[in-house]
Ligand binder design. Structure first.
Ligand code: GDD
Ligand code: MN
Length: 371
């Protein structure tokens, strides 16, 4: 650990933001590596930890007691990489902020070069890139390389900014540029760099510094298959978020899948099993509503997922909400049809009313934010 006599107590020029979840073994190693990589630089490190079960927050507090350049934002009842980075940057005042993973997969040795680059007045953002000459992805399997390439292409269209590695979680940004993006941030999922670039009112001036992605030594990745869903949500929010909230888009996508589930069960019961239409329809509704409930809980409300008892009560309220939603659907469609509206339009209006109703009411009663 640092010796206090070596520490420069002047305000930091560079805030290094480190999002953490279960990284207690890695955080001291990273702090040491960063200190070594930035001799003579006035830096500070801000760890943003979501109350990791492995006690990462406490580990960082112990480090902070020895080295005043280190501190922790210990978030409670929260999850999310993007929001962690944003809140970390917002908690500091230095003219430049860097974001780096805690697990040593990002090569901290290029921080010096990134800082030198951003000090020149003509760039807003310096990206640690695996895809420019001199960089690399280390020992990724071919599937991950391919997924990353496709996602990168989509991202470039969105940001209108030539970044070879827009999915990178390793970058340095000028505070003023970040603050210009702030009002438009989606804050969804893992891709905070992409979010910042796509939210900028004017395309950012970007430089890239190559590095090779290292292999994780301690702990495990938090990136799972749901990250793809979050990425889709981020893309949709960036494209249509001005008109429709991202959560609603997710809710509606789950709902469309529910319609498919409904018709599958209905067909099997009515045509296959030979049950009456009423029984088939009732069974299909129950399965479809439960399907929507569990998918929304896992995807749409991933950040406030219900568990245990709350999961059961959530399921009950969701059924009530959907039952009233269905009544509204039929009521509106019947009313319009009775007034000589074309039958297809009547039905579509009914569906729209019930989707909005279900979304609004379930956000109030099923996934109510407990403060
Ligand atoms: N506070 C907080 N909250 N931190 C989190 C959370 C969270 O919910 N989830 C993950 N982190 C932290 C991890 O502890 C780690 O320091 C960092 O975010 C990255 O998480 P990893 O789980 O190590 O992600 P990865 O290595 O699979 O993905 C990295 O590489 C991708 C490039 O393909 C990340 O840098 C991605 O952002 C990047 O896109
Ligand atoms: Mn990692």
């Amino acid at each position: 650990m640092a010796d206090a006599s070596q520490i420069n107590f002047l305000p930091a020029e560079l805030s290094i933001i480190v999002p953490t979840f279960n990284e207690s073994q890695n955080v001291p190693l990273l702090a040491e590596a960063v200190a070594k990589a930035l001799p003579g630089v006035r830096w500070e490190m801000i760890y943003v930890d979501d109350n990791s079960p492995d006690g990462t927050s406490e580990t960082v507090r112990q480090m902070a007691l020895v080295d005043p350049r280190i501190r922790v934002i210990h978030r409670h009842n929260r999850r999310g990489l993007a929001t962690a980075c944003i809140e970390g940057i917002l908690s500091s005042a230095a003219p430049y902020a860097a974001v780096i993973d805690a697990d040593l997969q990002h090569d901290e040795k290029i921080l010096g070069a990134m800082l030198e680059r951003i000090r020149q007045d003509n760039v807003d953002l310096v990206v640690g890139s695996r895809y420019v000459e001199g960089g690399g992805v280390g020992d990724w399997d071919s599937k991950r390389v391919m997924v990353s390439k496709v996602a990168t292409r989509m991202a470039t269209r969105l940001t209108r900014t030539p970044i070879s590695d827009p999915m990178s979680g390793f970058f340095m940004v000028r505070r003023d540029a970040f603050l210009r993006s702030l009002p438009n941030l989606s804050s969804i999922g893992f891709k905070i760099l992409l979010d910042i670039a796509a939210s900028a009112p004017q395309p950012l001036r970007v430089a890239e510094v190559p590095y090779t992605f290292r292999t994780r030594q301690h702990g495990e990745s938090k990136l799972d298959s749901l990250v793809l869903w979050e990425y889709l949500q981020l893309i949709l929010d960036k494209a249509f978020g001005r008109y429709i909230p991202a959560r609603f888009m997710s809710f509606a996508m789950v709902g469309s899948f529910g319609v498919f589930v409904h018709f599958t069960i209905l067909t099997i019961m009515f045509m296959g099993v030979g049950a009456t239409f009423e029984v088939s329809q009732a069974a299909a509704s129950i399965v479809a509503i439960s399907n929507n409930f569990f998918l929304n809980n896992a995807l749409t409300y991933r950040d406030q997922r219900l568990k245990g008892r709350a999961l059961f009560f959530g399921w009950v309220t969701f059924n009530l909400v959907c039952a009233t939603g269905a009544a509204a659907n039929i009521g509106v469609a019947d009313w319009l049809f009775g007034r000589n509206t074309y039958w297809v339009l009547s039905a579509i209006a009914g569906v729209l009313v019930s989707v909005v109703w279900n979304y609004a009411m379930s956000s109030l009663f099923t996934w109510r934010r407990r403060s």
